[in-house]
Every structure is written in structure tokens, then in C-alpha cells.
Design a protein around this ligand. Sequence first.
Ligand code: GLN
Length: 266
Amino acid sequence: MKKFTKIMALGLALTLAAGALAGCGGSGSSSKETEAPAQESAGTIVFGTNAEFPPFEFTTTEGVIGQYDGIDMAIANKIAQDNGMTAEINNMEFDSLLVALENGQVDAVIAGMTITPERQEEVDFTTPYYTATQVMIVPEDSTIAKASDMEGKEIRVIQGYTGETAVQELGYAYQSFKKGTEAVMELVNGKCDVVVIDSATAQKYVSDNEGLKIVEDAEAFGAEEYGIAVKKGNEELLTKMNTAIESMLADGTISDIAAQYAEAGE
Ligand code: GLN
């Protein structure tokens, strides 16, 4: 539990440092396309998410936005509030999120989503609000101590996550699942040797399930930054979001929110 808080704090420290280095300027890539930006409906920002990624998004009885709760949900709510608007959530599969954004089905995507060059070809991202890395979840008695120890082992990842790409790049065979909980259940039931997933989410699964531990390998898995995605060219919404995110990073709101959900996980 202490470790959870530590990892979250590290994520924030790195994000803040990155923000400082970048001068906190709006780092969302500018678009070359000229098509009209998606219009957020009057007074409402519809956020797409995949509520299977604690502590960033999960479902509960009374969440911060309807049944949805987590760090991202609190951030989405604050962004809407800062702009005198209401946040609405459209929950869908992770793989469908960017398509829904391009179709105009949602105005923005907030889903612990790592900013990658491939995704930047499709959408624009806000200033990063959180820094994470991929880690390995293994049984407590596992001999896996670094990424290369996964060779020949039963590896599980989540479909479409950057963890899948990371394992692909290492060149190891794996099986993918649609939900983190499904992959972690395989581990709990002794059906696989390792699950590769984002750090804060891994910590949550390790806290919630007996007999698991986290193995980090900073050489194999680099830092990843989470951003909110908007449709390419939607400068108006991107600016609103960046202004809100930068002020939440500067005044500590995002670290407070993260700490709050870290405690809730204990
Ligand atoms: N950060 C990972 C990615 O962007 C996982 C995100 C998620 O599961 N919500 O692929």
C-alpha cells in the first residue's frame, strides 16, 4: 500500500518535471487537417473511457460522474466544471475509443491513454497529466526479475494497451485479454506466469489479490505519459483542456486526486 502511494507520487513527480521541462506549453500536436472540429454538445463534454482501469476509471455505485469513478473521472469532471460545463461518460471497449472520437460519438477520450506517435497520427493529445511505465505482475515466488526472464513464459497482456506493444517489441509470444481483471485472474489461478500492464493499475491489482508482486525493469519499459485525446483539429476543446490540466498540475489538484484514489485502494 505504501508502495502504491510511492508509485503514484513518482508518476506525478515525473509528470510535473516533464511539464516544467516543456515549459508547460500546450504540447498537443497541431493538426494539418482543415476539417471542422467536433462540436461538444451545448454545456456538455462527452468523454469516452473504458472503465476497466483502476484507479483511473472503474464503475461503482456512486461515482464522481454517475456510476463512474477514478482519477480520470475526477479530472474530467474538474475540466468540465472549470469551463462551466458538465461531464458525461460514454463507456466502451478500449479499442473503440479513438474510432468513437473520430466519428464524433465522443468529444474527448480520457482512459489512462499513453501518448504514442501512432495515436498522434489519429488524434491530438493534451499536455500530459500523468507519467507511468509498464511493469510485470508475477506470483510472489516467481523467478522473473527482469523483462528478458519472460522469454518462454506464459505472458498475458490486455488487447490494444501499450503493454501489448511492449511485449510485441520484445518479440515474445503472449495471449491478450479484453480486461485487466481477466488477465490477473489467470495469474491468480496459476494459468500464466506474468501480466504486463501499467504501473498504478498493477499496484491496484496487487493490493486487491493475495500472492502477487510487481517486478519493474526500467531498461526494458520506458516512461509513458497519459494525455486526453481530442479529434484532430479541435483546437478549441484542446485549449480548454490544456488550460484546465496545466492549472490542476500547478496547484496540486491532480496530485491530491491521485492521493485520494491511492488511499481508497488501501
Ligand atoms: N496506458 C495504456 C495504453 O494507453 C493502458 C490504458 C488503459 O488501459 N486504459 O494503452
